[in-house]
Design a binder for this molecule. Structure first.
Ligand code: ATP
Length: 349
């Protein structure tokens, strides 16, 4: 099913939760809404499901307006952050609850449908178990089975992994992704975790303060952030505000940030114009020969394969990711020179 949001706004009194959101999700697509807390992800999902009515704009399923259509008539499966299983019902009864508004698809009985779904989420034979006796990840898979039981046209997942630990989250999101692509069900997934969004999605929409900042496939959004917000939120880019000093004959520009000059391969801005560019933490290299920055290390964070270093450069905080841990240059309080290749810089709006 193709899902469209056309200029959807939602206001609560004077507060604007969504500000003219337009999105189009293709049939079978795994589409993710990502953004910080309060940016409007859940409100978007609630408008799609029909739990909220947009103040303005329209939600359409396969071109048909959903205005005035109640949630139970939309054939949408929803999984929330907190598993919301009924504790007094068995696992099987919980899954069967998903069929309260619809007969099982494919002409099978309810019990057969429940077994099918439990098998799909790798919980075959769990029908008679108590939800309480299951792990968090298993409970979320039951919630997923319940949402999928009626064969929904659209699956909505609202931070379904956020209560789980990191390892389990990774496993479960792979399972969700596999099941989604097996079924080919159009899916809208909500998360505040940019790495999760990049890992599972066909496309992502980055939301900020109720507005869509950018829509694109994960690589596009990561490599070509269009705005400063997206650059910082996705990939934790270092964002620098500069003024163009000269245009280079080879293309690109020389810019000044404070009294320091940098050469960028991109940009055809005029001399004197302001621009904002970003450089990813992994593109700032120790001992790089070009575009050097001398800063003071304020913090280091060992992350296993890499170490994340915070650098204070004349009042601007920069983030650098380096591979070699234990290097004695990486001590808090030490000076460190990093630099970046002119083609690693990316200009944002
Ligand atoms: P989180 O990740 O924290 O769940 P979110 O991105 O899902 O955040 P929403 O829950 O959609 O954000 O909220 C968007 C904005 O709308 C927030 O500022 C929130 O306070 C406001 N909001 C949401 N629901 C209501 C409501 N029922 N009444 C008033 N304001 C609301």
């Amino acid at each position: 099913m193709k899902l469209e949001l056309d200029g959807v706004s939602k206001r609560y009194g004077t507060a604007t939760a969504l500000d003219s959101v337009s999105l189009s999700v293709d049939n079978g697509e795994f589409f993710t809404l990502v953004g910080p807390s309060g940016c409007g992800k859940t409100t978007t999902l609630r408008c799609i499901a029909g739990f909220e009515s947009p103040t303005d704009g329209e939600v359409r399923f396969d071109g048909e307006s959903m205005t005035g259509v109640p949630p139970e008539a939309r054939n949408v499966g929803v999984v929330f952050q907190n598993y919301a299983l009924f504790p007094h019902m068995s696992v099987g009864e919980n899954v069967a609850y998903g069929l309260r508004f619809a007969d099982p698809p494919g002409g099978v009985s309810r019990d057969e449908r429940v077994s099918e779904l439990l098998e799909l989420v790798d919980l075959a034979g769990f029908e008679d178990r108590d939800p309480d006796s299951l792990s968090g990840g298993q409970q979320q898979r039951v919630a997923l089975a319940r949402a999928l039981a009626p064969g929904p046209d659209l699956l909505l997942l609202d931070e379904p992994m956020s209560a789980l630990d990191a390892r389990l989250r990774e496993r479960l999101r792979q399972q969700v992704k596999r099941i989604q692509s097996e079924l080919g069900v159009t899916t809208v997934y909500v998360t505040h975790d940019q790495s999760e969004a990049l890992a599972v999605s066909d496309r992502v929409a980055v939301l900020n303060r109720g507005r869509v900042e950018q829509v694109g496939d994960p690589r596009d959004v990561y490599h070509r952030p269009r705005t400063e917000f997206v650059a910082e939120f996705v990939g934790e880019n270092n964002v620098l505000h500069a003024v163009v000093e000269s245009r280079l004959e080879t293309g690109g520009v020389e810019v000044a940030v404070g009294d320091q000059s940098f050469v960028l391969d991109t940009g055809d801005n005029s001399v004197g114009e302001s621009l904002t560019f970003c450089v990813r933490p992994e593109d700032l290299h120790v001992d790089a020969e070009e575009n050097q920055i001398r800063g003071t290390i304020t913090d280091t964070e060992f992350q296993g394969a890499t170490t994340r270093i915070r650098l204070d450069w004349e009042g601007t905080e920069l983030t650098v990711v380096v591979a070699d841990d234990g290097d004695e240059r990486f001590q808090v309080g030490s000076e460190l020179v990093v630099g970046f290749d002119p083609d690693a810089a990316h200009i944002v709006a």
